[in-house]
Design a protein around this ligand. Sequence first.
Ligand SMILES: Cc1cc2nc3c(=O)[nH]c(=O)nc-3n(C[C@H](O)[C@H](O)[C@H](O)COP(=O)(O)O)c2cc1C
Length: 173
Amino acid sequence: MSKPEPTSVENIVGSADLIVSKSDAEGNITYVNPIFIKISGYSQGKLIEEPHSMLRHPDMPKVIFKYLWDNLKEGRDVVAYVKNLCKNGSFYWVLATVRVAKNPDGSFRNYLSTRKCITDSAKKTISSLYADLLAIQQSDGVESSENMLNTFLAEKGVTDCDSFNNLMIEINK
Ligand SMILES: Cc1cc2nc3c(=O)[nH]c(=O)nc-3n(C[C@H](O)[C@H](O)[C@H](O)COP(=O)(O)O)c2cc1C
């Protein structure tokens, strides 16, 4: 699917909006709620079975998705800020909580992402961090971007995925 040309138009996620999707083990969309459909601008039929990367915004640094997947694959839930691209090229910011859902026998069931609005101060902090991570990724590669993220996290006392998630929640206050 060809990607829309990004614009500077921001779609504001309301404080009561909860944008939900589920995916298979590869990140292909298996369920979206009505708010997901409304904000993305795509029909349900265009979203189901497509990879979540169809919403990927070019301002998102690769290392954030690497962090997400590295932890999901280990069975850990991840809280992360995501800037998404809508069908018409506009964007929206969310704080996503991605959970690993299991069957009663402990086997993988699906991934569940619930996304909510973010504060202006979180938007400022995270846009600036992501811009720095993206710039170093483009000049020096993903590994350098990962080192920069690790330095940022270490300065904030993050030692594991739980403390990463807590920091993301804290930044949104
Ligand atoms: C449940 C779930 C929800 C996801 N939601 C998004 C999303 O809203 N936006 C996004 O860009 N990536 C999302 N991803 C991550 C994508 O799978 C993918 O890693 C990312 O878009 C980068 O894709 P790329 O490496 O092919 O560029 C989600 C993954 C999972 C498992």
